[in-house]
Design a protein around this ligand. Structure first.
Ligand SMILES: *Cc1c(COP(=O)(O)O)cnc(C)c1O
Length: 368
């Protein structure tokens, strides 16, 4: 929707990430001024007191209606449910802090480790799994911390892939990011860098040829981005993806299944198939973690399975992500598939449920 500005931005300003950040909204009053409504119509005062708000004018402009029912505003504006509907939620549901062998590194799986580079983001996503970090000052990774991480990686050459996470690593100062990419790539056993970032979605203007060149300046670079709704795919995103593609950065997407945002097969089907046109492969659809302050977004695993079942066969297999969730206490991810096996027929041949719901037996050969 059209935003209200005291001074309407020029096209150059709109495409400038610094302008976007400088004009980001931090209060319900600022948001309601942009949207042209009274702060009371948005609600969420208690939510904002518990978890601060930050959103760029760009992201706000993707909204169609100035209410919390809008799938864009639901992801960026506080809701009182963040405080009132929190049974079962934890601060660190994934036990990240227990799996940290050196500061800033989470090493849970044999061949990959996750680096926390800071806690600055271009938006405060209301469903954030690291909401616990918002309140504390987590400064950008220092050179000393980086060299500790590098020596851990040298002692543990089974780590072939480093996930560069945050916060949002694409919000780091360029020199910082360049130093991190350089240091990790200098470790011989590190083969792949995987950046986790929502910048392509919430601040696509930040993706400049210079930034893309930094990402691509070391070991082969993958970028895991985070789009949740088809309305987030815009010409600004198209421009960002073109730059990343040209620089040789491969892209996948991790969506979170969010109640009232994207918990319908039609919405997700449109998102997943559209992402392919931007050269982004849908990788995961996550069920929401039991995080304090984000419980009201959870749908239940059954809902995700239903949606995956409605999508299988109907949209390109390339567009289908894995539906997954994280076990509590850092026990790792589980991928779930809708049940397609129906047991056996009278001859012992296995039976399957086709994507159209037919029961089909699979022929067995001799010797099986
Ligand atoms: C999710 C995660 C990974 C990556 O898992 P993939 O299945 O390879 O995407 C790695 N380390 C940690 C700590 C994670 O939470």
């Amino acid at each position: 929707m059209e935003l209200y500005f005291q001074e309407k931005p020029t096209s150059n300003q709109w495409w400038d990430w610094r302008w976007q950040l400088a004009h980001g909204a931090r209060t319900l009053e600022e948001v309601s001024a942009y949207l042209g409504v009274s702060p009371e119509t948005l609600g969420g005062r208690r939510g904002q007191e518990a978890y601060p708000l930050f959103v760029t004018p760009y992201y706000l402009s993707l909204a169609e209606r100035p209410t919390l029912q809008d799938p864009i505003l639901r992801q960026c504006l506080p809701s009182d449910d963040e405080v009132s509907c929190q049974a079962g939620g934890e601060a660190d549901a994934l036990g990240e802090e227990e799996h940290s062998p050196v500061p800033r590194l989470v090493h849970r799986y044999p061949d990959r480790a996750l680096l926390v580079t800071g806690n600055l983001c271009a938006m405060h996503c209301r469903h954030c799994m690291r909401k616990r970090d918002w309140g504390r000052a987590l400064l950008p990774l220092t050179p000393e911390e980086l060299s500790q991480v590098v020596s851990y990686l040298r002692r543990n050459p089974q780590v072939r892939e480093v996930l560069i996470s945050g916060g949002d690593p694409l919000m780091l100062p360029e020199e910082n990011l360049r130093r991190i990419v350089g240091a990790l790539s200098a470790v011989e056993s590190v083969e792949i860098l995987r950046f986790g970032s929502r910048v392509p979605c919430v601040l696509p203007q930040r993706i400049t040829p210079r930034l893309a060149a930094i990402l691509a300046s070391g070991k082969p670079a993958w970028l895991a981005c985070h789009f949740n709704h088809p309305r987030e795919l815009t010409r600004e995103v198209q421009a960002a993806c073109d730059i990343l593609n040209r620089a040789g950065v491969s892209m996948v997407n991790q969506s979170v299944l969010l109640k009232g945002v994207n918990d319908e097969a039609e919405t997700l089907g449109k998102l997943f198939t559209s992402l392919l046109r931007y050269h982004i492969k849908p990788y995961y659809l996550f069920h929401g973690d039991p995080i304090q302050g984000a419980m009201h977004f959870r749908t239940g695993l059954e809902k995700g399975l239903q949606i995956m079942d409605q999508l299988r066969g109907r949209i390109s297999g390339l567009a289908l992500p894995a539906f997954a969730f994280d076990l509590p206490g850092g026990e790792g991810k589980i991928r779930l598939q809708p049940e397609q096996c129906l047991g056996q027929d009278g001859t012992g041949a296995p039976l399957f449920r086709s994507w159209q719901g037919k029961t089909i037996s699979y022929p067995q050969g001799c010797g099986e």
